[in-house]
Design a protein around this ligand. Structure first.
Ligand code: FAD
Length: 240
């Protein structure tokens, strides 16, 4: 539907690496259009695209987007936009009603913006936290993480956090791209394709909100890693 594959996970430049691999495998991609109708007599025989093109196939698989299953709650009066709006205790509107997982619209741990993250690690963390709060522990949810990793195409990819900041640091070659996104000297996102080294370290730097102004030129160095982070004694933003 957009101009690139996996638009929630990859920016245009990173997606082009995935698209190249998909095309090399003989798959024809159609971007900037969408399927609007299946046609056939007893079963689907063709798919009509928005731009009028008609595709014929033996099998069709529809797999697109994420939509929380909240229709059965539409008349409940509970606050919702895409998913159920929860507070920092994962309560929905009134006390004693909690939401966790794909159904919940939570804040993002990096941006603070509301979003349905729809990832397994968030669902598990939210489920545990909501259960604690049902039992009266009053725990506060720090926010959902936006982290994805894929290797289905034979092309390892890890993507996390924001796609845009005020600074971008990258190295690339024909088969790899390593891109870090910074805002106010803090790492707010990264996209690694073909070479996913240090993904865990970058992820940790995002969560630490560490001030990297003195070290950012080293972040993509081959030797960069946990040892270097320890030796740099990075401190969380605002921490002592
Ligand atoms: C194809 C696909 C690939 C994915 N890949 C990844 C991945 O690589 N990494 C990752 O982190 N996440 C991935 N996810 C997302 C991950 O599966 C979800 O984030 C996670 O399962 C959410 O957990 P949940 O408990 O909120 O919802 P679900 O796992 O969807 O569980 C909800 C349950 O509630 C039941 N239910 C629904 N309505 C009602 C009702 N009215 N009454 C009673 N029961 C009801 C459903 O039947 C279901 O059993 C993927 C999802 C899909 C579909």
């Amino acid at each position: 539907m957009t101009g690139r594959v996996m638009p929630r996970m990859l920016d245009t430049e990173t997606a082009s690496y995935a698209e190249n691999v998909i095309r090399e495998r003989g798959v024809k991609l159609r971007l900037n259009t969408k399927g609007v109708e299946f046609r056939g007599r007893k079963m689907a025989e063709t798919l009509v695209l928005e731009d009028g093109e008609v595709l014929k196939a033996d099998m069709f698989i529809a797999a697109t987007g994420i939509r929380p299953n909240v229709d059965f709650l539409r008349d409940s009066g509970l606050p919702m936009v895409h998913g159920l709006l929860v507070n920092d205790r994962l309560e929905v509107g009134a006390a004693d009603i909690y939401a966790a997982g794909d159904v919940a619209e939570t804040v993002d741990i990096v941006t603070g913006k509301r979003y349905v993250h729809a990832l397994h690690l968030n669902a598990v963390a939210q489920g545990i936290l909501a259960a604690h709060n049902v039992l009266g522990y009053g725990r506060v949810y720090p926010g959902a993480e936006n982290v994805n990793s894929l290797k289905h195409l034979g092309l390892p990819m890890v993507a996390a956090g924001e796609m845009q900041g005020d600074e971008e640091i990258k190295v690339k070659g024909q088969a790899f791209l390593r891109k870090l996104v910074l805002k106010n000297n803090r790492l707010v996102g990264f996209r690694l394709v073909g070479d996913i080294r240090h993904a865990g370290v970058y992820h940790s730097l995002i969560l630490k909100k560490a001030d990297l102004s003195r070290y950012k030129d080293h972040l993509l160095n081959d030797g960069f890693g946990v040892g270097l982070i320890n030796s740099l004694s990075l401190k969380p933003a605002g921490g002592n």
